[in-house]
Design a protein around this ligand. Structure first.
Ligand code: FE2
Ligand code: FE2
Length: 170
């Protein structure tokens, strides 16, 4: 039997991961509208990863006979004035997700739920990668995004990102 608080936090995380996908698709919409198709591609791939994360939490819960409940998603629409502003809010969002994973980990740790901790280990590592990716994007944009040729090259680079299924299999 999984601890009630841990169950509740796992269930809430599903919504946060689906919201991440929704937010990144909103970013992709902005980039499509301004003609930066590579940036749009990068965030569409990221949205697929986020959906995978949501499904991994769902699967983990169901494997452990925990009831899953889907809640409504928050409206992801924001008003952005620049590419850099979007990239920075992407990093901010990943830091928020990292904190959220840490809160679940802490709850699992406090009741010695070693199975949940082992499951969450993958996400702890994943969040390190997500924060690095978001930080790298900001740095590249700051270094190369200020003239149109540099921005064009960066957009081309981001156009090459391809979707890979998660390494975690449950
Ligand atoms: Fe995620
Ligand atoms: Fe990832």
């Amino acid at each position: 039997m999984t601890n009630e608080k841990v169950c509740e936090l796992l269930n809430q995380q599903i919504n946060k991961e689906f919201f991440s996908a929704y937010l990144y698709l909103d970013f992709a919409n902005y980039f499509t509208e301004v003609g930066l198709d590579g940036f749009a591609n990068w965030y569409k791939v990221q949205a697929q990863e986020e959906r995978d994360h949501a499904l991994l939490f769902t699967q983990y819960m169901q494997n452990n006979s925990i009831k899953v409940t889907f809640a409504g998603l928050e409206d992801p629409t924001r008003t952005y004035t620049s590419t850099l502003e979007i990239l920075k809010s992407g990093l901010e969002h990943e830091i928020f997700i990292t904190n959220s994973i840490n809160v679940i980990y802490d709850a699992a740790y406090s009741v010695k739920d070693f199975r949940a901790m082992q499951f969450l280990d993958w996400f702890v590592k994943e969040q390190g990668e997500e924060e690095k990716n978001a930080t790298d994007l900001i740095r590249k944009m700051e270094l190369f995004g200020n003239d149109s040729k540099g921005l064009y090259m960066l957009d081309q680079e981001l156009a090459a990102r391809m979707y890979n299924p998660p390494s975690l299999v449950l």
